[in-house]
Design a protein around this ligand. Sequence first.
Ligand code: SIN
Length: 329
Amino acid sequence: MKRKLLLVALFAAFAMVLSSTVAMAAPILIKFSHVVAENTPKGKMANKFKELVDQRLAGKVEVEVYPNSQLFGDNKVLEAMLLGDVQLAAPSLSKFKKYTKKLQIYDLPFLFKDMKAVECFQQGPKGQELLMSMKNKGLIGLGYLHNGLKQLSANSPLRVPADAKGKKFRIMSSDVLAAQFEAVDAMPLKKPFSEVFTLLQTKAIDGQENTWSNIYSKKFYEVQPYITESNHGVLDYLVVTSVEFWMGLPDDIRTELKKALDEAIAYGNQVAAEKAVADKKKIADSGRSEILTLTDAQRQQWVDVMKPVWKKFEGEIGKDFIDAAVSCN
Ligand code: SIN
């Protein structure tokens, strides 16, 4: 009898310890690091994701969002992710070349006619295949997020390719983008996003390429008197995590997180479409920068000199991927 009582007491004590351990278990921490301002498609998407997780997984998962390169710049964030120092990021698709050459497709100049074509490719079989193109390097793409089409800004008007000759342009860390500017005899310089404003302001560089929302939110238009509405390329994002973190999550949590992420991305895409119009208008209204519209003949000149870049990268990207993208136009 005494032994039985002792066993019951031991069992009760064990149960108490176990339940208090479970109750006290720290929530899973997700650090979401990005480089842009909060008032951008990516900034708003990240905050929406946090809001949804706070509502649905309170006490189980905690999301901390670090905007404006506060935690990591894009050049370091993927290494940090593989070390477990950050769990989510959404670098521009131009910033993955160390991990896969396939995503270079998104940098090919004049590949997509508009954002509808980009969406068609991303949601099609080839675009979806690319989400997993870095799995063997430890990274998984969880979804694409739009920002929009890129424009050229400079300290002098750029109407035809010859206007860019000899000028220094900041680019993201992409060999395709380097080739694109070399095709117009310009000088591309790979620099982190966090340095662009100062480089432009001090005239260490002459120009850059970016979307309306980045040009507006980072005030590039205040230090670039001309913006050519070239729509020559796309700047979109891959929401990325590490295989180790993602596959290590309990199944139910992973499912909920993916659902929240998909909803946040859909919201971010809506913001991107609105900002492409609204931020362009704010820049035009500011009077700080003149927006140049190309004639069809001028635009064709840019297409003619830049499009040969495709051939150079076709081997690394795969012709089947390029053909699938073109078929979306
Ligand atoms: C971003 O939108 O995340 C940054 C783009 C850039 O580096 O120009």
